[in-house]
Design a protein around this ligand. Structure first.
Ligand SMILES: C[S@@+](CC[C@H](N)C(=O)[O-])C[C@H]1O[C@@H](n2cnc3c(N)ncnc32)[C@H](O)[C@@H]1O
Length: 219
């Protein structure tokens, strides 16, 4: 109904997106270290392309957030995530005219589901008052993996291709985000790396003032 291939919707109805990751526990530990090394303190977050909310709930605990919202296009997954007690919006993030005041806008393994990076990053930026965090599989930088890494990895349910870290960084910078750091490891699968890329809005609200999470606009 939202224009995604049905097979993708079907696939994620039965498995979480973190199927892409070899060791989710390790990745979450690494992510905590990465964020604390960059001094990220957040109380509110939004998880865009949140799937069934499994990772969303883990992020809430990991970052000791007061609240985390999710945006997800697949109604079955929205239902599952809501059953975890998470506030989830059923929406195509690209069709939203939304702004938010979340301390951090996160996308966890969902960016490679978007054909065009720019409108996707722009949506994340509009939802955030300060940080944008992209976690995704990325093309490994050896010659062999440049060939095999994209776009048709057999377990890859997305029809869209895996990006390089440089492509993601370029899209974030083009959207007015300053890159604070990135971290890459081989935790995705035999073809792809897994990367964290952290950006900050150039017009970030860096006050410690705490505002309850909210968004406005049409979804
Ligand atoms: C690889 S899964 C990641 C799910 C979750 N973040 C996780 O780690 O388990 C990508 C998710 O993005 C969602 N998605 C794809 N296009 C979307 C869109 N336009 N708006 C909102 N969600 C979308 C898919 O339905 C899918 O659940």
């Amino acid at each position: 109904m939202f224009g995604l291939p049905n097979i993708e919707q079907y696939f994620y109805s039965f498995t979480t997106g973190s199927v892409h990751v070899q060791d989710l526990e390790k990745e979450l530990r690494d992510l905590r270290g990465f964020l604390s090394a960059h001094g990220v303190v957040a109380r509110t977050a939004v998880d865009v392309g949140c799937g069934d909310g499994h990772v969303t709930a883990r992020l809430r605990d990991l970052l000791q957030l007061d609240t985390i919202h999710g945006f997800e296009i697949n109604p079955r997954l929205v239902e599952k995530a809501r059953r975890r007690g998470l506030p989830i919006v059923l929406a195509d993030v690209l069709s939203m005219t939304v702004t938010g005041n979340f301390d951090v806008a996160i996308t966890y393994g969902a960016m490679h589901h978007f054909r065009d990076a720019d409108p996707f990053i722009a949506a994340l930026r509009r939802l955030s008052r300060r940080y944008v965090l992209v976690v995704d599989s990325t093309v490994r930088t050896t010659l062999l993996h440049r060939f095999t890494g994209a776009p048709w990895f057999p377990l890859e349910a997305s029809p869209y291709r895996i990006r390089t870290v440089d492509e993601i960084v370029a899209a974030m910078e083009a959207s007015g985000l300053r890159i604070l750091g990135s971290h890459t490891n081989e935790n995705a699968n035999i073809w792809h790396d897994r990367s964290f890329i952290l950006g900050e809005r150039s017009d970030a609200d860096t006050s410690q003032r705490h505002e309850p999470a909210r968004y406005s606009g049409s979804v």
